[in-house]
Design a protein around this ligand. Sequence first.
Ligand code: IPE
Ligand code: IPE
Ligand code: MG
Length: 249
Amino acid sequence: MSSDVSHKHAIPRHVAIIMDGNGRWARARHLPRTEGHRQGVHATRAAVRFCASRGVEALTLFAFSSENWRRPAGEVNTLMGLFVTALEKELPELESRNIRVRFIGERENFSGKLRSRIDEAERRTAGNTGMHLVIAVSYGGRWDIVCATRRLAEQAAAGSLEPGSITAEMLDAGLSTAGLPEPDLFIRTGGERRLSNFLLWQLAYTELFFSDVLWPDFDASELEAAFGFFARRERRFGRTGEQVSRERA
Ligand code: IPE
Ligand code: IPE
Ligand code: MG
C-alpha cells in the first residue's frame, strides 16, 4: 500500500469503543469489580484526550448497555454513581477542550440526579465546536433501530409518508447518532469478539479492531496501535481494490 493511501485515511473521523474488561482487571488484582470500573474512568479520560488531540470528529463510548441492567444491583448502583461523579469532575475539562457531549440511550431508567447531570453536560457544551463525545448509557443498537422505525411508522400511519418511499437515509436520520459521520474505526477491548448490541446499523462498514488488553490498561500506546491498524486498511465499500487505486491516482 502506498504511503498516500495510508495518509488519506490516517485519522478516523468517528471512533466507537466498547470499553470492556473492567471486572476482569479488578479480579486479577483480588479487588471488587467496582474497583475496575473506577480505574476504567482514567482510561476513558485518556481516550478522550487522545482522540481530541488527533482531530477525531466524533468519539462514541459504550459505557452501559441495555443488557447491563441485568447485573447485580450493587454493581449497577456503583456504575450509575460513577457516571454522576465522573461527569461532575470532567465537565470543566470537556468545556475547556471545546468538546460537545451527547448521551444516547434510554434515560427514563436513570435517577433524577444522573438525568440532571446529563442535561447540564449537554447544555453547557452544546455551543462547542470541537469533538463530539457521545456516551452510550442504557443503550442498545436494537432499541435505537426500533425507535427510528417507530418514528417512520408514525409518519406513515399519519399519511405523511409513503412506506414505499422509505430510504436508508430516512432511517439513519431517526437514529440517536443522526448528524454524525458513520464510525470509521470500532475498538473493543477485553478480548471478546462480539458487538454486544452496540451500534448495529451504524457499524455496517466500520473497520473492526479487537484488543485483548483490559480497558483500565488501554492507554495511548494501545490507541496508537488501533489507529495504525486503521491507517493500513483499504476501504473498498464493495468496489474492487483496482477501482479504489484508480480513483486515488
Ligand atoms: C466493561 O467492563 C464495563 C461495563 C460493562 C459497564 P465489564 O464490567 O464488562 O468487565 P468484564 O468484562 O466483566 O471484565
Ligand atoms: C458491553 O460489555 C457493554 C459495555 C462495555 C458497556 P459487556 O461486558 O456487558 O458485554 P457482554 O455481555 O460480555 O457481551
Ligand atoms: Mg464485559
